[in-house]
Design a binder for this molecule. Sequence first.
Ligand SMILES: C[S@@+](CC[C@H](N)C(=O)[O-])C[C@H]1O[C@@H](n2cnc3c(N)ncnc32)[C@H](O)[C@@H]1O
Ligand code: SF4
Length: 271
Amino acid sequence: MDYLQLKNDNKQLNYKEIKEGKLVLKSRPLFFWFDICGMCNLQCKHCLFHMQGRTSNEDVSDRIYDIVMSELMPTAYKCNLGGTNLGESTISKKFSRFIKDCSKYKVKINLTTNGIYLNDQWLPELLENLEVIGFSMEGFDEEYEKIRGKKWSEFIANNKKIIAGKKAAKNNFQIEWRYCAHADNIHQLPEMIRIAHDIGIDRIQVMNLVPYMKEQKYKNLFYHRSSANKYFDEARKVATKLKFNINIPKNFDTGTFELTNKKIKTALQKL
Ligand SMILES: C[S@@+](CC[C@H](N)C(=O)[O-])C[C@H]1O[C@@H](n2cnc3c(N)ncnc32)[C@H](O)[C@@H]1O
Ligand code: SF4
C-alpha cells in the first residue's frame, strides 16, 4: 500500500471540501491526538491527578487502538502523542508497537513526555519517526526536582541522549522544552535559555501554571505580574542575543496611575 499517495489524495479531498464549504466531510483528519496510556511514572506536585485521579489506570484498549489504526493512521500525516490526559505515553506497553505502526503507516510523531523513561529497544525507531519531542519541565536544578521528584541530572542526561540520537538518526526533528512557569521558578528563565542553547535544545515553549489546588493559587504568575514581566523581558533579550527560538506569553497588564479615564479627565478639567 502506498500510504503517502493515500495521504496526498486525502489531503486534496480535504482542501476541496473546505473550499466548497462542505459541512460533512468524506476526507479523514490530517493529524490527530492520541493518548495511549492512563498511567504515569511520576507524581508531579502541580498535576491535576492529585485532585481527580488519573483519567485511567490502563493502556488504551485493543479495540480503540485497532480503530485508530484502521480509521486514522493510513491517511494522517501526524499524531500528537500524549499530553492531553494525565498519563505518560512512554511507559505504555503499546508504546513500542505504536512507533512501529507509525513507521509502517508513515505517520510522524509529536510526543509530549516527562522524558524519564527511555528504552534502548524502542529509542532508535522513535528517533526515526519523530517530528517534535517536547519535554515537560518546571525550571532546573532544585526547582525541577521540587515539582517532578526526579533528579535534574537524570532529566538532562536523557535530553542529551535524544540530542545525540538526533544527529545519528539524520532525522531533523525538533526538541523542545515545555516549561511551566510559576512564582518560584520564573527567575530561572533567562539562565534556562542559555542551558537549552548550550546543550542543543531547539525551542522553549513557556506556559503559565494552572493552579489546580487551592494551596497553589498564589504560585500563579497572575499574582506576580511585575516580577514575571521583568523575567519575560530579560528572557526575550537573551533569546534574541542567542538567536534562540522561544515562545513567551505576552506581558501582564500591571495597571497605571495615569488618569486616562475620560470621565475623570473631564471632571478634573472642570475643577
Ligand atoms: C499532564 S502532562 C501529560 C504528559 C506527560 N506526562 C508530561 O508530563 O509531559 C501534560 C502537560 O501538562 C503540563 N501540566 C501539568 N500540570 C500543569 C499545571 N498545573 N499547569 C500547567 N501545566 C501543567 C505538564 O507539564 C505537561 O507538559
Ligand atoms: S509526568 Fe505528566 S502526567 Fe505524570 S504526574 Fe507529571 S505532569 Fe502529571
